[in-house]
Design a protein around this ligand. Structure first.
Ligand code: ASP
Length: 584
């Protein structure tokens, strides 16, 4: 028997028990004639104690151990003289009587503690050691509990978990596919699913009624902090539902997770139309932990010969409470912030509403204090506030102002990670125009249903058609999205037409779906949550990487197993693949 207790459970009440523990040597401390070892396993840390005088041989043996050696000990639980209130086992120690080395270890490349000296690259290369750290393992425990509670909630509501294939066909819409060559059908390729979208809709045609799957999805996109080439969705679909039914069910799931995992009661989620979100926050995933809504000022600024405003399609500001005291240096910093290439504004205009009621701006040459007063009124500014203004082309400027708003929110401490604000964004446009290609793309995906009252616009003004589509946003992060689907083959055909598919290509790519719709497709709709993002929001992490056991780095590489990698020539020959010579 390797153990009868874990390193996280022994307390004063266990005093004088004889126990056997197994784990990793976390720390060794020698003090006078004593040697203390922190023994670690998944459940915690327990102090082992060896006394040179009482048992010199055993103490010698202990002194020879190194960090991360795997050992097994038997000893007696005793009250500790110097207690450690930071850990649950801090009142006791084990007076060791027997020590067995189960395995030696090389010195690890970084310290396996909450605060580690290992850099990102090193930790990724030795991820199995990184995962021994409490902080990292806790994220995965949280992930497990969230997945488990999700299954419980959905199972209670008659959802069936069904596995869908991973080797499927490539489709042209959406992100770039990862493709897999077929050996048995040379020259042909599978694709890895970007989501099980089509399969879950087909399951509705099959009468499954309520489906879910916690499932890996793959998208070959450039990576950012919240993106991984493979990621996990909580993917769901329901039959005989309208938008309201889906929102209610999944607002329920979200509340269930907050309640069971974090002990929080979240009030009903507000809803905001896409149009309002863009107008007030310049984003389809607004962070509503704080207000600071956009205020449009164009009409108040024209006709004073200030070319920047006069020539701008859009002029808008935000009011930063209590920031009139910002120094020149702070304002310069903000200007630099909006001028960074990632944001791309040309400049920043400010109005200080001083405590004494006077108004000072960076455009005093053009505007009188009376003018500024009107701006301040519209912004609901009070003495002590600072108004920050951007101008330019509408959409671009809204995006820039959105970044500035978030930056100000951060600076003012308004984005507390433990303050959770959930929001449904609804009424998304069905289509999005690519001006360069001069064609429409589906904003969500081509199976999303237009709002019935907007269907006539499909021919006359496709850009104005709204969809029965919705996103769940928490603290400015898009956690999930979905839609009510088209379930009529004629409407689906029409949609492909609007997206510029010839009937032949639509048939080739999606014929099976349109065929299926001819055999009694029920009205249906669904949603998918990004589990990685959901967990990282619960864990208060900035990146989804730390809640994934074996993530890829920003170049899409697995540093530990060193993938992707080249393959043998025979493998390529078997697949009938000839590589272009790589330039050295
Ligand atoms: N399949 C969609 C996605 O991956 C979600 C949905 O519409 O259910 O974004």
């Amino acid at each position: 028997m390797y153990r009868n207790s874990t390193c996280g459970e022994l307390k004063l009440a266990d005093e004088n028990k004889i126990v056997t523990l197994a784990g990793w040597v976390s720390k060794i401390r020698k003090m006078g004639g004593m040697t203390f070892i922190d023994l670690r396993d998944r459940y915690g840390i327990t102090q082992l104690s060896f006394n040179q005088e009482v048992n010199p041989e055993l103490c010698e043996q202990a002194n020879k151990l190194g960090r991360e050696w795997v050992i097994m000990v038997t000893g007696t639980v005793k009250e500790r003289s110097s207690k450690n209130s930071n850990i649950p086992t801090g009142d006791i120690e084990i007076i060791v009587a027997e020590l067995t080395v189960l395995n030696a270890s090389q010195t690890p490349p970084f310290t396996i503690e909450t605060e580690t000296d290992g850099g990102d690259e090193l930790r990724m290369k030795y991820r199995y050691l990184d995962l021994r750290r409490n902080v990292v393992r806790q994220n995965l425990e949280l992930r497990h509990r969230m997945a488990f509670e999700t299954r419980r909630y959905l199972d209670d509501r008659a959802f069936l978990e069904v596995e869908t294939p991973v080797l499927i066909g490539s489709t042209p819409e959406g992100a770039r596919d990862f493709i897999v060559p077929s050996r048995m059908n040379q020259g042909e390729f599978y694709a890895l699913p970007q989501s099980p979208q089509l399969f879950k809709q087909l399951l509705m045609v099959s009468g499954f009624d309520r489906y879910f799957q916690i499932v890996k999805c793959f998208r070959d996109e450039d990576l950012r902090a919240d993106r991984q080439p493979e990621f996990t969705q909580i993917d769901c679909e329901m039959s005989f539902v309208e938008q309201e039914d889906v929102l209610t069910t999944f607002e329920g799931l979200t509340k269930h997770l907050f309640k069971t995992i974090k002990g929080l009661e979240i009030p009903d989620f507000p809803r905001m139309s896409y149009a309002d979100a863009m107008k007030q926050y310049g984003s389809d995933k607004p962070d509503i932990r704080f207000e600071m809504k956009f205020v449009e000022l164009k009409d108040l600024t024209v006709g004073r010969d200030f070319v920047v405003f006069d020539s701008a399609e859009y002029v808008a500001g935000i009011c930063a409470e209590g920031c009139a005291v910002y120094t020149r240096k702070q304002l310069d910093e903000l200007t630099e912030f909006v001028k960074r290439p990632q944001i791309g504004a040309k400049g920043l205009i400010y109005v200080r509403y001083n405590e004494d009621g006077t108004l000072k701006s960076s455009v005093d040459k053009f505007y009188s204090e009376e003018d500024l007063k009107l701006w301040a009124e519209r912004c609901n500014a009070k003495p002590g506030d600072l108004i920050l203004i951007l101008a330019g082309e509408t959409e671009k400027t809204q995006k820039q102002l959105c970044e500035l708003r978030l930056e100000m929110g951060t600076r003012l401490g308004l984005r507390d990670k433990n303050n959770y604000k959930c929001l449904w964004v609804i009424d998304f446009p069905l289509l999005e125009k690519d001006e360069e290609l001069n064609r429409f793309f589906a904003k969500h995906h081509p199976f999303t249903s237009p709002k019935p009252e907007d269907i006539p616009l499909l021919d006359s003004d496709p850009g104005a058609v709204r969809a029965n589509a919705y996103d769940l946003v928490i603290n400015g992060v898009e956690i999930g999205g979905g839609s009510i689907r088209i379930h009529n083959s004629d409407l689906q055909k029409k949609m492909f037409e609007v997206l510029g598919f010839t009937p032949e290509r639509a048939q080739e790519q999606f014929g099976f779906l349109m065929n299926a719709f001819k055999y009694g497709a029920p009205p249906h709709g669904g949603i998918a949550f990004g589990l990685d993002r959901f967990v990282s929001i619960f864990a208060g992490l900035d990146s989804i990487r730390d809640c994934i056991a074996f993530p890829k780095n920003n170049a899409g590489r697995d540093m530990m197993i060193d993938a992707p990698s080249r393959v043998e020539q025979e493998q390529l020959d078997e697949l009938g693949i000839m590589l272009k010579p790589v330039k050295e």
